[in-house]
Design a binder for this molecule. Structure first.
Ligand code: UTP
Length: 290
């Protein structure tokens, strides 16, 4: 089995849930404390052993490309001021991985975005990190999926249980327990009505796909929201080639929603070694007035 070295990050969605800011700042570069969402995603992939990342963008997402470029004006200033640690921090991530870009010409859905990665991944299996889902964990979620892939040789969905209110907006999985946190995927449905859901287990922003997905995507008709749904293609992949699921360990933040954005900023700030103590004191004081 070939080692997984590639990841794809779809970031070409319109982000309508984050309007009005999404009109001018892509949700994939919204900050969590002092780093954009995309930094957390690329870091997770790099920490998992990925060496090449394809980010799928579209019009108006230039800020994502700029973030992974060198920035001579800042670097020069830091050199002049002798701030070598800050200079290293600025460069460190882009030196660990190759970041590539391609444009999805029209936002026709997550499934369509993934099909834009075909030439990049070729016949290799690859990780997908949804551009608006950040996960805080000890072991990066991509690594948790790669471990399951190495064990079963099948595509992998990273899942967790969600609430009844959430499951109707996400996808619902029909699974059979294998062992520990691992499952065999039998079926799935995107945005089910309450009576249609299989379970409350949902995919939360991470999957590992085999190249079989591309031919399936080519034959996938638009589904929910008139978009080409990755869930519809993965359901076919699970039925024809097999797919496993791993209940990942970690806390996921939906950065495509306003609540997720606020929760992530508060919780990451509390964990921040430089800010955490002062921010906790502030929050306690504030909470006492609520
Ligand atoms: P979402 O469905 O959460 O993104 O897709 P969206 O369409 O931008 O969201 P709303 O509902 O309008 O707020 C998950 C990821 O897939 C990307 C998005 O950028 C996001 O990171 N995506 C979605 C694409 O790359 N292309 C698409 O056509 C749709």
């Amino acid at each position: 089995m070939k080692k997984i070295t590639k990841a794809v990050i779809p970031a070409a969605g319109l982000g309508t849930r984050m309007l009005p800011i999404a009109r001018t700042v892509p949700k994939e570069v919204l900050p969590i404390v002092d780093r954009p969402v995309m930094d957390y995603l690329v870091r997770e992939a790099a920490d998992s052993g990925i060496t090449d990342i394809l980010i799928i963008t579209n019009r108006g997402k230039g800020a994502i490309e700029d973030y992974f470029d060198y920035s001579p004006e800042y670097e020069q200033k830091l050199i002049e001021k002798g701030k070598t640690k800050e200079l290293e921090q600025l460069r460190e991530l882009v030196q660990r991985v190759n970041v590539h870009f391609i444009r999805q010409k029209e936002p026709r859905g997550l499934g369509h975005a993934i099909s834009c990665a075909r030439a990049f991944t070729g016949d290799e299996a690859f990780c997908v990190l949804y551009g608006d889902d950040v996960v805080y964990s000890d072991v990066p979620v991509c690594r948790q999926m790669m471990d399951a892939y190495e064990k079963y040789g099948l595509a992998v969905a990273a899942v967790q249980p969600v609430t009844d209110e959430q499951i109707v907006k996400y996808c619902s999985l029909d699974v059979e327990h294998i062992e520990g946190r691992e499952y065999h995927v039998k079926d799935m449905i995107e945005k089910p009505k309450p009576e249609e859901k299989f379970s409350n287990l949902s995919i939360l922003g991470r999957v590992l796909l085999t190249a079989d997905i591309y031919d399936i995507l080519d034959n996938t008709a638009p589904g929910a929201g008139n978009e080409i749904q990755l869930t519809d293609a993965m359901k076919e992949l699970a039925r024809t080639k097999g797919m496993s699921a791993v209940e990942f360990i970690g806390k996921r933040y939906d950065m495509g929603s306003k609540m997720g954005f606020l929760e992530a900023n508060i919780e990451y700030a509390l964990r921040d070694p430089a800010l955490g103590e002062d921010f906790r004191a502030y929050l306690k004081e504030k909470a006492a007035t609520l």
